[in-house]
Structures are given as structure tokens and as C-alpha cells.
Write a protein that binds this ligand. Structure first.
Ligand SMILES: [Zn+2]
Length: 246
């Protein structure tokens, strides 16, 4: 039993390394998270600037349409002038043209203002585009660097999994099954030491009678509190001395 436990303890060390590397591979580094958040914010800013620009462009288009319609009406009024017969009609058309001219200048003014605003909005869009591009570039580079370090981890993981497979052959099948079962439910650590009657998995005390049995290391025992497989810490000290016969 002692030999089995020792093999299982070694196997667990490999398993813990495997989960540590797996976690490492799954967790996105903070620097990348921050960059991504920054990029998202910059993209939102760019979208706002783009919609601001399209609002200004729409205003300009509407003003241009109104201006065109003023010009058309002025043209028509001028044509009418040639056909008038009375001075009164003539005066009325003149007044109409005057007010149309006034409207026309108003629309022209609005177009100038809109053009000015479009120019400014375009500058803002260009600046924001630059920021977005820069952040995209930085993020891409950070990801490439990460990929490089990940490939190192991935290689290590393959080696560790292979090692685990080999080591598992030295552990009794039933024991291994039990270990794997507990491992899934106990966040990785399924076999733990008991030192001075205290389980190192849950820090609870093992009843004295049970502890005395544990010292013999001749059968599979579990912690009454956390259900993990337990062993007496002392067996680690004798490890390698081949002091069997318990
Ligand atoms: Zn325990």
C-alpha cells in the first residue's frame, strides 16, 4: 500500500503541474485584457465620431437641397417677371425674389457652417482611427508574444501528459479511479498528507484511532471530513529506503 501511495503522490505532483500550466494557458494576461478594454473604448469613441460626422453631412445635404430649391424658385420668379403686365404684379414678384434671396443666403450660411463642422469632425475621426489602429497593432503584437510563450507551455504540457500516462501504469487501477474521482471534486488535490493528526487537505483533526491506523500505511484511508485519500506524512521521509513489511 505504501508503495502505491507514494506512486500516487508522485502522480499527483505531475497532475498539479498539468493543471497549473493549463490554467496559465487559459488565463489571458492582464496586459492583454487592459489593451483589449482600451481598444474597445477607442472603437466606441471612433463610432461616436463617425456618427457625428454623418449627422453633419446630412445637415449639409439638406441645406444644399434647400438652397437648390430656392435657386429654382428664384429662376421661375425671374421668368415670370417677363410676363407681368402690371406694376403691382412686378412689385409682388420683386418682393418674392427678395425674400427668396434672403432664404438662399441663410442656406448658404448654413452650408458653410456645416462644411466647417464636417472638416472638424473628419479630423476627429482621423485622430480616433489612428488611436484604434495603434491599439490594434499593440494588441496583435502582445498576442504574438503570448503565443510564443504559450508554445513553450504547450510543449511542456505534452511532455507532462506523457509522463502522467507512464506513471499511471504504476498505480493500482481502482486506486487511480478513486483518486481521479476525488480530484475532480476537490479542486486538484485528491491525496493529502496527515501531519500530527491533522489533515493537510482540510486542516481538520483525524480521530486518534484512525490516525493510529494511518501510521501503519497498510490500507487505503480517506479523511472523514474532506474525503480525500490520506497518508501519514512520515512515509515521505522513508521514501527510497525501501523499508517495507508494514
Ligand atoms: Zn481532510
Amino acid at each position: 500500500m505504501k508503495e502505491q501511495l507514494l506512486n500516487l503522490i508522485k502522480l499527483q505532483e505531475v497532475d498539479l503541474q498539468i493543471s497549473k500550466i493549463t490554467r496559465e494557458l487559459e488565463t489571458e494576461p492582464e496586459a492583454i485584457q487592459e489593451l483589449r478594454a482600451e481598444l474597445q473604448k477607442a472603437q466606441q469613441g471612433l463610432e461616436t465620431a463617425q456618427s457625428e460626422l454623418s449627422v453633419r453631412e446630412k445637415i449639409k445635404k439638406e441645406a444644399e437641397f434647400e438652397l437648390q430649391s430656392c435657386e429654382d424658385r428664384i429662376k421661375k420668379s425671374k421668368q415670370k417677371m417677363a410676363e407681368v403686365k402690371t406694376n403691382k404684379e412686378y412689385q409682388a414678384i420683386l418682393t418674392e425674389i427678395d425674400s427668396l434671396e434672403a432664404m438662399k443666403s441663410e442656406w448658404e450660411e448654413k452650408i458653410i457652417v456645416a462644411m466647417d463642422e464636417i472638416e472638424k469632425a473628419k479630423q476627429v475621426v482621423a485622430e480616433k482611427e489612428k488611436v484604434v489602429k495603434e491599439l490594434e497593432k499593440r494588441l496583435k503584437e502582445a498576442r504574438q508574444r503570448l503565443e510564443q510563450s504559450f508554445s513553450h507551455f504547450k510543449k511542456e504540457l505534452v511532455e507532462l501528459r506523457h509522463k502522467r500516462e507512464e506513471m499511471a501504469k504504476d498505480v493500482d487501477k481502482e486506486l487511480l479511479k478513486r483518486y481521479d474521482f476525488i480530484r475532480l471534486r476537490r479542486n486538484g488535490r485528491a491525496i493529502v498528507a496527515v501531519d500530527a493528526e491533522v489533515c493537510e487537505g482540510c486542516n481538520m483533526r483525524i480521530p486518534p484511532q484512525k490516525y493510529n491506523e494511518l501510521l501503519k500505511s497498510d490500507k487505503l484511508m480517506t479523511c472523514p471530513t474532506c474525503q480525500r485519500i490520506i497518508y501519514w506524512k512520515g512515509i515521505l521521509e522513508n521514501n527510497g529506503n525501501k523499508e517495507e513489511g508494514e
